[in-house]
Design a protein around this ligand. Structure first.
Ligand SMILES: NC(=O)c1ccc[n+]([C@@H]2O[C@H](COP(=O)([O-])OP(=O)(O)OC[C@H]3O[C@@H](n4cnc5c(N)ncnc54)[C@H](OP(=O)(O)O)[C@@H]3O)[C@@H](O)[C@H]2O)c1
Length: 334
């Protein structure tokens, strides 16, 4: 039986590995295979996973409709559905900022409920801070929807310490969703101490640095793969350096019969019981590799070697490109 994690003082108890569904929609990490995506979600549920993460803008509604299909016949209380909202897109898929005004919150929520085919969402969170709207107004609108029965818990995503405190003062926050991996450890400075002080859980994404830490690089030439198009760590010059770090991880894993991805996931799990890794598996073999990592036993010495083999200081390139980094409240107030 998989261990459980409680998401913050106010949040739900979930199994110790979450599944992120973003890559199951086309246009993020290149094409996506619908049948394999559905099979992966079903395999995750069969293995006991109960936390599914999505965003209304992943595939512009496609991701939520995929989850709806996957959950047909599954009792609603068997899963915790986490939804991000607020990103504005156009029909060509371009991003145009965020809208987290109270009326927008209620509008986005209404459409998500319809696409997901459910009458409540477990955790609802603004994907990014909307700089034009006080966070108190956004969280206040989510709290209204909790009182009305449409949402169970409030979450945050990629925000820094000031926003976390202001949001939590309006309504208890269950979890902060934020990137955390061997390569991205910015949250350790101020954000993690703050969430721990306030009793807020962490749902960690990018645990494999979007696949980089698995050692399997996305196939070249795919324009629809945002990693190749925009992400600094995958660009020429950086990717070769980063791949050498993964090879060092592979050497450590060889002695334990573990892959680099499994060590990277086990390392995040070792960082605290308040941290739920949300793995971006979109194929059954990736899911199995991740599930098998839950049984990995790492000594203090193993963890120290992993820690030294791949670190932010050794990693080439930032986690997002410069325009996106500039918009991250979590980077401005880390
Ligand atoms: N709040 C936010 O701002 C935010 C941002 C990004 C993501 N998220 C959420 O976090 C979830 C995970 O994020 P991520 O995509 O950055 O995750 P990740 O787990 O770091 O990377 C996932 C990618 O790694 C590759 N991979 C190789 N081996 C794998 C294995 N054993 N298990 C899983 N993936 C493996 C796959 O790419 P290939 O299939 O191409 O090989 C997969 O698409 C997303 O689905 C989304 O729900 C949230």
């Amino acid at each position: 039986m998989m261990q459980t994690t409680k998401l913050g003082r106010s949040g739900p108890v979930v199994r110790a590995l979450g599944l992120g569904c973003m890559g199951m929609s086309p246009g993020v990490y290149g094409p996506a295979d619908e049948a394999e995506s559905l099979a992966t979600i079903h395999a995750a549920l069969d293995a006991g996973i109960d936390f599914l993460d999505t965003g209304d803008f992943y595939g512009m509604g496609h991701n939520e409709m995929l989850i709806r299909r996957a959950l047909e016949g599954v009792p609603r209380d068997r899963v915790v559905i986490s939804v991000k909202f607020g990103a504005l897109r156009d029909p060509a898929g371009m991003f145009h900022g965020n809208d987290s005004r109270p009326a927008a919150v209620k509008n986005f929520l209404t459409y998500s409920l319809r696409r997901l085919g459910t009458d409540y969402i477990d955790i609802y969170r603004p994907a990014r801070l909307d700089p034009a709207v006080p966070i108190e107004d956004t969280i206040g609108a989510i709290a209204d929807m909790i009182r009305a029965g449409y949402i169970r818990h409030v979450g945050l995503s990629e925000v820094g310490v000031e926003t976390i405190r202001r949001a939590h003062a309006v309504h208890p926050i269950a979890d902060l969703q934020i990137e955390y991996s061997l390569m991205s450890r910015g949250i350790e400075n101020k954000i993690l101490p703050t969430t721990r002080e306030l009793g807020i859980g962490i749902t960690a994404y990018g645990v494999l640095s979007r696949g980089l830490l698995s050692g399997r690089l996305p196939p070249a030439g795919n324009k629809d793969d945002l990693r190749l198009a925009r992400m600094p760590r995958f660009q020429e010059g950086n990717v070769e350096r980063n791949s050498r770090l993964v090879e060092a991880l592979r050497q450590i894993g060889n002695a334990k019969g573990a892959s680099p991805a499994q060590l990277a996931l086990a390392w995040v799990r070792s960082r605290g019981d308040d941290i739920l890794p949300v793995i971006g598996a979109r194929k059954r073999d990736q899911l199995k590799e991740s599930l098998d990592a839950l049984d990995l036993k790492l000594s203090v010495d193993d963890l120290a070697r992993i820690d030294a083999a791949v670190s932010p200081a050794l990693t080439a390139g930032t986690r997002y490109d410069a325009p996106q980094m500039a918009h991250l409240d979590s980077e401005a107030h880390a």
